[in-house]
Design a protein around this ligand. Structure first.
Ligand SMILES: Cc1ncc(COP(=O)(O)O)c(C=O)c1O
Length: 490
């Protein structure tokens, strides 16, 4: 099946691909040669259960999606300066899934392009420049977005926070600044929102003006964070009172992943409507297509600048055919209903593991967006970073792909293709149970004081485990984390 040996692929990659482009499992990377549904197959045709690929939303290589792309590619592909039905139909269908007044679309090629354009729209509309972002957020790889992504700019080589960016505390009720141990959920929503209000007041006091508040509607890189109730409603009000607009980044969590709604911002209430919403990843099921959805008013302000928006590939007939096919499959296969059903089932059986394994501090999620927060101690909630990396490596050996994220990289993320089944959920939880039991029995369990017990893994082995983990985007906080949790300097 493989056209090149895995070693040759590794060698060529090392020679010709920039070192900052990281691999999952650096010490033993996986070579994937094909995929179908929720399975990815390596060069030996071994199937890995994919629990992390929210891009392959309706299942890897879904035949309906593939066929739509192939058919359109064999007829026409060109830019959006020509009339084409695929473009207008895609815009009509997509906007029909949003609450009014979100009815105007711009098509782009990636989540980064979508968020960069969202900033341009916000600045054109408000004539302000500054942006409020949420701590630990990641919004994309282009310069304008690295500037508003604490996940990146806070790295040792990350360049730091620019003056026009203001960072709000991550509204994480489990391990954030305000916690569920001290406050009720509604109070948490209010308190975290009030912090944004203070940030706005401080910025304005210093002569600055807010163009936009941007946040994911569920924070993914930040550690599968579910926003407390009332948070967005209050934040959006404060931002609008200051003349800014509100951007919901749904690049990871949109298109029905949360089950009951198409968009995760809707979890915060029917009256919570952003001015601009960005979507991407799942939109093309792996094909690069993304979009910005906004109000006629914001779109008009952008048009009033007199500067044409032209994007060579954005909205091309092939991308739009694919995006339309993805919408067809979500609807036809009832994938939103499935996300709710399987997601609830998964969280229930995961919660049953909590009695047996004190390392599981919290299980949180909505639909097929689930996080398992691993702790050294339930009281202190100290993150179990090394353990998370060990679990990921062991799950890989069992042919299950999981990843860890959050500022301490201790939160196991589960965000599989939406075709993920009850049987898959059972397999993941049974295997996780076995791995956690084995960790206890072999003494890798380091819950009590954070140091490896006699006969447990050595510090260098733990370092390898951490380096070898799977990552969504290059994370790079390793140095700090390893020092924090293990006292090992890299
Ligand atoms: C929340 C969020 N926004 C934006 C992006 C950028 O999307 P892309 O990688 O398609 O440019 C990402 C990518 O991981 C993301 O997670």
């Amino acid at each position: 099946m493989e056209s090149m040996t895995k070693d040759d692929t590794v060698r060529l990659r090392k020679r010709h691909i920039g070192a900052s482009c990281k691999l999952f499992f650096k010490h033993d990377p996986i070579k994937i040669v094909r995929a179908e549904g929720q399975y990815m197959y390596d060069e030996k045709d071994r199937p890995y259960l994919d629990c992390i690929n929210n891009v392959a939303h309706v299942g890897h290589c879904h035949p309906t999606v593939v066929q739509a792309g192939v058919e359109q590619m064999s007829v026409l592909n060109t830019n959006s300066r020509f009339l084409h039905d695929n473009l207008v139909m895609c815009a009509k269908r997509l906007t029909s899934l949003f609450p009014s007044p979100l009815s105007v679309c711009f098509f782009v090629n990636s989540g980064s392009e979508a968020n960069d354009l969202a900033l341009r729209l916000a600045r054109a509309h408000t004539k302000h420049h500054d942006v409020i972002t949420v701590d630990h957020a990641y919004h994309g790889h282009v310069t304008s977005l690295i500037e508003i992504s604490p996940y990146k700019f806070n790295l040792p080589g990350g360049g730091g926070k620019p003056d026009h960016v203001h960072v709000a505390p991550c509204p994480d009720s489990y391990r954030g600044k305000y916690r569920d141990t001290d406050h009720g959920l509604d109070e948490l929503g209010r308190k975290y929102a009030e912090d944004v209000k203070h940030i706005i007041a401080k910025a304005r006091g210093g002569g600055r003006n807010i163009a936009a508040f941007i946040s994911e509607s569920l924070q993914s890189c930040g550690g599968q964070v579910i926003l407390p109730p009332g948070y967005l409603k209050n934040v959006y009000r404060y931002v609008r009172e200051a003349g800014g607009v509100c951007i919901a980044d749904e690049v990871q969590v949109g298109f029905g992943r949360v089950g009951k709604n198409w968009w995760a911002f809707q979890l915060q209430g029917e009256d919570v409507i952003p001015d601009i919403c960005t979507v991407g990843k799942p939109m093309g099921n792996g094909h690069p297509v993304a979009a910005v959805i906004t109000t006629p008013e914001v779109a008009q302000s952008f048009a009033n600048t007199g500067v044409e928006y032209f994007n060579t590939y954005g909205g091309n007939p092939v991308s739009c055919a694919i995006a339309n096919a993805v919408l067809d499959v979500i609807e036809k296969d009832n994938l939103r209903e499935k996300a709710t059903r399987i997601g609830n089932y998964l969280m229930n059986i995961l919660r049953q593991l909590m009695d047996k394994h004190p390392i599981i501090g919290d299980i949180r999620g909505v639909g097929l967006f689930v996080g398992i927060d691993l702790v050294k101690d339930r009281e202190s909630r100290d993150p179990a970073t090394a353990e998370a990396q060990h679990i990921i490596s062991r799950m890989k050996q069992e042919f299950i792909l999981l990843s860890a994220d959050g500022p301490h990289r201790n939160i196991l993320k589960i965000k599989p293709p939406m075709v993920f089944s009850q049987k898959d959920a059972d397999r993941v939880v049974t295997t996780l149970d076995e791995v956690l039991t084995e960790m206890k029995q072999s003494g890798i369990d380091i819950l009590s004081d954070g140091s490896p017990k006699e006969g447990s893994v050595s510090p260098s082995e733990r370092r390898k485990l951490i380096e070898d983990s799977i990552e969504d985007e290059p994370h790079g906080k390793k140095q700090k984390i390893i020092k924090d949790s293990d006292g090992i300097k890299i």
